[in-house]
Design a protein around this ligand. Structure first.
Ligand code: SF4
Ligand code: SF4
Length: 430
């Protein structure tokens, strides 16, 4: 079958489903066992699902490079044999395409053997780490409450020693957001990290402490969530350091994405895209969902064992989910100077009611008769347009970075590296 797409499909796969050896206190995935394991009690991907996935994922790509992304839960709960099998299947079905692999891990199960395997097979490793020990161990704990920072630091040392390429993914929460410079310096100077990604955490809890799904109304903001104003300060403080000394040396995903939008390139991260629906997730049992944050039954697109991936990726449900991001924006976003950069960010974080009605076609409820709120998953959550909880922070960041971004965009359009801004600023401070 030939791919009907013009751009690559990115699919995140969950080889161990939601299973994890840790129990990070803010994790949005732990409770998913309840809704995701409905085909079998195991959350481990079978050989049958693996083969169907590898074959159809490669088949669906319109380009010569294919990126496999292994995610969790904790994907290192699978054995090396599982990944060797995956690599063998990739070779069998590659059909001349180049295949890359990336894997996101909490790092605590890494060993020299794993590192050798990753290096020999060219894996890019994403390491989840929230900052120095006191910060990291605030929420990234085992189920019994034991800290994990020592084993994550050991993971960094092993990855470096074996020459494995890695980048850091930090969840920005109520604690680490208050010390942006200490945070940034830890990654840059202590860890020697060169690729850094932030994931601001916004969750709501019901009265029993259960995290609410994105489409469930109400609840209270979870105490570990990042405050919108702090989020803006955090970004701006790090940006000020980065733009004066680290452009081209330290790759901070949100800054790179913002610059990409300024120069007219795709932002490279879904949260700043105009629409969603370009990065569905596949669970251990082969079920495909619209997005990792919407892996609930109402967002299920089908199963890879029954339905070709191409058909699910072209489905009306996925296209509607994608368009809803754009079509449900509130007036504040529609009138915002930075809409072209922000696009209202991630719909998961749009939880502030505006009182502005949605178009009737969007305010539907696919399973409204189901009593369990996790099973009643309307494609759009509410009947009104919702504002992003982090809006004030994003607005502050886009406004603050705009004059610098304009200079870097101008340099880029003149064929010069954006890093030339660092010299420019010495003579022309903004
Ligand atoms: S819902 Fe959020 S995380 Fe999911 S595709 Fe859209 S922007 Fe990305
Ligand atoms: S900064 Fe706020 S108002 Fe502007 S597009 Fe983003 S979420 Fe909407």
């Amino acid at each position: 079958m030939h791919s009907p797409f013009t751009t690559p499909i990115y699919l995140m796969a969950k080889p161990a489903g939601p299973a994890c050896n840790l129990a990070c206190r803010y994790c949005y995935y732990i409770d998913k066992k309840k809704t995701l394991g409905h085909r079998s009690s195991s959350t481990m991907m079978s050989r049958q699902v693996l083969e169907a996935y590898v074959k159809s994922y490669i088949e669906a790509q319109p380009v010569d490079r294919v990126m496999f992304t292994w995610h969790g839960g904790e994907p290192l709960l699978r054995s090396r044999e599982f990944y060797e099998e995956a690599l063998a299947l990739q070779r069998r079905y590659a059909g001349g395409r180049h295949v890359d692999n990336s894997l996101q891990t909490n790092g605590t199960l890494l060993s020299d053997e794993w590192c050798r395997f990753f290096r020999d097979n060219g894996f890019l490793i994403g390491l989840s780490i929230d900052g120095r020990a006191a910060v990291h161990d605030r929420y990234r704990l085992t189920a019994t409450g034991a800290p994990t920072s020592d084993s994550v630091l050991r993971a960094v040392e092993m990855l470096d020693r074996h020459g494995v390429e890695w980048n850091a993914m930090a969840v920005v929460n109520d604690v680490n957001s208050r010390d942006p410079l200490g945070f940034y310096s830890f990654f840059r100077d202590t860890l020697g990290c060169r690729y850094l990604q932030f994931a601001p955490i916004v969750e709501r809890l019901d009265g029993s402490g259960r995290q609410l799904a994105p489409f469930e109304p109400g609840g209270e903001i979870a105490p570990y969530s990042v405050d919108p104003i702090e989020w803006g300060r955090f970004l701006n403080t790090i940006f000020d350091t980065w733009v004066c000394r680290d452009v081209g040396e330290m790759f901070v995903q949100i800054f790179d994405s913002t610059l990409a939008s300024w120069v007219g390139l795709p932002p490279g991260t879904c949260v700043f895209g105009e629409t969603c629906g370009h990065s569905p997730v596949m669970e251990h049992n082969g079920d495909l969902y619209t997005c990792d944050h919407f892996a609930y039954p109402g967002h299920r697109l089908g199963n890879i064992l029954d339905t070709p991936l191409i058909a699910m990726a072209m489905s009306h449900r996925l296209r509607t989910f994608g368009a809803d991001k754009r079509d449900s924006l509130p007036s504040r976003c529609l009138n915002c100077d930075y809409l072209h950069l922000c696009h209202g960010e991630c719909p998961k974080n749009r939880i502030i009611p505006t009182g502005e009605p949605l178009a009737e076609s969007q305010a539907r409820s696919d399973n409204s008769s189901v009593s369990d709120p996790l099973l009643a998953t309307p494609a759009t959550r509410q009947s009104e347009r919702m504002l992003n909880y982090l809006c004030d922070g994003y607005h502050a960041y886009f406004a603050h970075s705009a004059p610098y971004m304009r200079v870097m965009a101008d340099l880029y359009h003149r064929g010069l590296p954006p890093s030339a801004i660092m010299d420019h600023l010495k003579h022309n401070p903004i």
